[in-house]
Write a protein that binds this ligand. Sequence first.
Ligand SMILES: [Zn+2]
Length: 254
Amino acid sequence: MKRVLKWVGIALLVVILGLVGVVLAAFHGLSPIQDGQRLDGVQTVKDGIVSCFLVDLGEREVALVDACNDKSAKAVLAALAKRGLGAEAVKAIFLTHGDADHLWGALAFPKAQVLVLAADVALAEGREIRLLPWLLSPKDTGVRVARALTDGEVVELSGVAFRVFAVPGHTKGSAAFLARGVLFMGDSAESTTEGALAPAKRLTTSDPELNRASLAKLAERLAPSAADVKSIAPAHSGVLTKGLAPLADLARAR
Ligand SMILES: [Zn+2]
């Protein structure tokens, strides 16, 4: 019996070390998120291993791109408080996709309308499960989507345009948004310590090949208005400030 327990213990340890290794490997080589980084009308908020963004809508109002991971949205509220703003300043939350680590913070902004591509509405609301469906069952996130977005549309809020691009792959309803010169990528791409753009992490991505194809298509669609893209902002790694070039390079490398 003791022997069996010992082997069970060793097996458990191997599994745990393996999981830790997988997580470390997933974030190895990524450029770090810079909390508080200010671009032109856009501010990075870091919440552990994930970031979300304040997009200025005039002086006293903002939209969020993603809502970060913390249900009480401490980091987002602290960033707002520094500007003398409260939760009510958040008018809208654009979700790059429906994974929980990007949306829990929305619960702290019940007055903000939540927008996500139609294909990820069920995932965002917790009526669908994407990873390990044989092990886990869907659970209501409490987040309610006010408006399902469609590919190619432009949402205008207080004169600020948010261009919506479907980039399916990481999830089936993953989106990139272009607003105020920043191309928000969610988990569809990552920035590396070398200043390049890499495709979505395979391990957590529903369809890595489709993700690559979507990134190539996005580069193609943005090429005519390349000058509008000043920066590229992934959710789990730092912002690249070299225009559209890193995405164009990634598309060429296929
Ligand atoms: Zn994520």
